[in-house]
Design a protein around this ligand. Structure first.
Ligand code: UT7
Length: 331
């Protein structure tokens, strides 16, 4: 059967502050009905403490994960952090999380694939386990999206939220774990969803700050279309090549960007909504954190041996689908 990399624990962390649609109505020209109908979002969490960053959200998720799985920080070999809101351009956030949690026998690195970051990081981590190179790897998706959102732009500020989710990966010899993945990228999509300044092309200047080029730019419609097509395509392909159907699969776990995107992907892959994990109404789009936050919210309902497909689409463009067999019943 061979060695697979299995998720053996999941934990999430959300900052306390709840930014509701009602409050957004006082900030920009929008309303609860538009946001609810067009996106499915009712509220999102915001990290208000100016001294706290993405790593602090990651620390909350990782500490809880170590505690609930009875794992000592010294046992961890590698921590991969998926994020587009790194504490700094360098060093990487993974190393800062390790330092703050006391993961000292390890190393870390960040994966930047926007909303697909968790999937890309998960599949990367799985390879380290499958080869036998590492025994315990943490993958954390963490985002302080509020640090790159323009709260005068109604087309983006209603969508994004802050949060983090983390999983522990360990070897599994029983056939449970990550079984297949299709991951894709198309850099031509970069013009539709990106942060214009702050990188080596447009380093920060007084002008870039005034022009608000350090915040998320999104042309929503083409992203919406590409997201539906991209996710539906890889989900159907991964199902076909593993002889899976929406009847035999227990769960579809889609990136939480827009309820209409989720519903379209589910319908194109023939999934009833009862089998689709949805928590967008509570947290909005937390970019690389949506998938682990879904697994965390639904952990009680997951059973050993459940067949699950995770899928995401994001800036880049990046997208993908991962097929796994869940490895444990929650104690
Ligand atoms: O996670 C990474 C990938 N990202 C995504 O998957 C996001 C994909 N895109 C979307 O989810 C949607 O495109 C949005 C939610 C961003 C926008 O929804 P939409 O249905 O595509 O709206 P739109 O941008 O076409 O705008 C329709 C109208 C416009 O008004 P006019 O031009 O028709 O008069 C907008 O100005 O809605 C207006 N509008 C708003 N109205 C009230 C845009 N934002 C708002 C708002 N409140 N917050």
């Amino acid at each position: 059967m061979g060695r697979l990399a299995a998720i053996t624990g999941v934990h999430g962390y959300l900052p306390d502050y709840v930014l509701t649609n009602k409050e957004l109505e006082t900030m920009v020209d929008t309303n609860d009905q538009w946001i609810t109908e067009r996106t499915g979002i009712k509220e999102r969490r915001i990290l208000k403490d100016p001294d706290k960053a993405t790593s602090d959200l990651g620390v909350g998720a990782v500490k809880g994960l170590l505690e609930k799985t009875g794992t000592s920080p010294d046992e961890i070999d590698l921590l991969i952090c998926a994020t587009v809101t790194a504490d700094f351009n360098f060093p990487d956030t993974a190393n800062i999380i390790c330092d703050k949690v006391g993961i000292n026998n390890a190393y870390g690195f960040d994966v930047n694939a926007a909303c697909s970051g968790f999937l890309f990081a998960l599949n990367t981590a799985a390879k380290f386990i499958e080869t036998g190179f590492h025994k315990k790897v943490i993958v954390v998706g963490a985002e302080k999206m509020s640090s790159i959102i323009d709260y005068t732009d109604r087309s983006t500020c209603i969508i994004f939220g802050d949060g983090a989710g983390a999983v522990l990966l360990e070897p599994n010899e029983e056939g449970n774990g990550i079984k297949d993945a299709i991951l894709r990228g198309d850099g031509a999509g970069r013009e539709y969803l990106f942060q214009k300044a702050g990188g080596s092309l447009n380093p920060a200047t007084a002008e870039t700050v005034l022009a608000k080029e350090h915040t998320v730019f999104q042309n929503g419609r083409p992203v919406f279309k590409a997201a539906v097509q991209g996710m539906a395509d890889v989900v159907k392909k991964v199902m076909a090549r593993n002889n899976l159907t929406s009847e035999t699969l227990e769960w579809l776990v889609p990136h939480q960007a827009n309820i209409r995107i989720i519903e379209s992907v589910a319908s194109m892959a023939d999934f009833p909504l009862e089998k689709v994990m949805i928590n967008i109404h509570k947290y909005g789009n937390t970019t690389a954190a949506t998938l682990p936050l879904c697994l965390w919210d639904y952990e009680d309902q997951l059973k050993k041996g459940d067949d699950i497909i995770l899928t995401a689409f994001g800036g880049g463009f990046t997208w993908g689908a991962v097929y796994l067999k869940w490895a444990y019943d929650k104690k």
